[in-house]
Design a protein around this ligand. Structure first.
Ligand code: ZN
Length: 185
């Protein structure tokens, strides 16, 4: 088996693992898109930004919310995907025992100290979230609440810059489009 075969097996396994565990989850937006669409968008952004050079990062893109949002333990993830991917997912997993305000503050504080792949994951994740808010705003969110989200995402991204120009440009485009949309509505 070649390395390329193994890369395809890894990514296919990650896609299927994520799809199975997020099966009943939907996005908060008015279209209630399947959660899997968020994961495939993040994974695609990472694949494109690295020119396909990092299958483990693409796999982590699919898996990044599986511990935080599903009943998957780090031990289970480690058994399926090994230590490197599990450690990367752990870096971008929030501590759900903290209250929301504290969790959000920590995410900003932690960003500059993340590894390069974890910073890339954050950039792709926040880009996907800003695009979703524009195309399918979460029901019940006021303009102010969306604006607050943009500011918070931008603070996290500020700690992740200098990592990957394509991902940073994708975030900036998504932010610019959402800012214009919020100004117009
Ligand atoms: Zn996510």
């Amino acid at each position: 088996m070649t390395d390329k075969n193994e890369d395809i097996l890894l990514v296919a396994h990650a896609v299927h693992f994520a799809a199975r565990h997020h099966i009943d989850q939907r996005r908060k937006g008015e279209r209630a898109e399947p959660y899997m669409n968020h994961l495939s968008e993040v994974a695609s952004l990472l694949a494109e930004a690295t020119g396909g050079a990092s299958p483990a990062l693409v796999a982590a893109g699919y898996l990044h919310d599986v511990v935080e949002d599903c009943e998957v333990t780090p031990a289970e993830l480690r058994a399926e995907f090994g230590g490197a991917i599990t450690d990367l997912v752990a870096e971008v997993t929030d501590d759900n025992s903290l209250n929301k305000t504290e969790r959000k503050r920590r995410e900003v504080d932690k960003a500059p100290h993340l590894s390069i792949p974890a910073k890339m994951l954050k950039l792709a994740d926040k880009t996907s979230n800003l695009r979703s808010i524009r195309h399918s705003p979460p029901s019940g969110w006021s303009r102010e609440r969306m604006q607050e989200y943009v500011t918070w995402a931008n603070d996290i991204v500020a700690g992740c810059r200098g990592t990957n120009a394509k991902l940073e440009a994708a975030f900036d485009d998504a932010k610019k489009a959402l800012d214009a949309h919020l100004r117009a509505h």
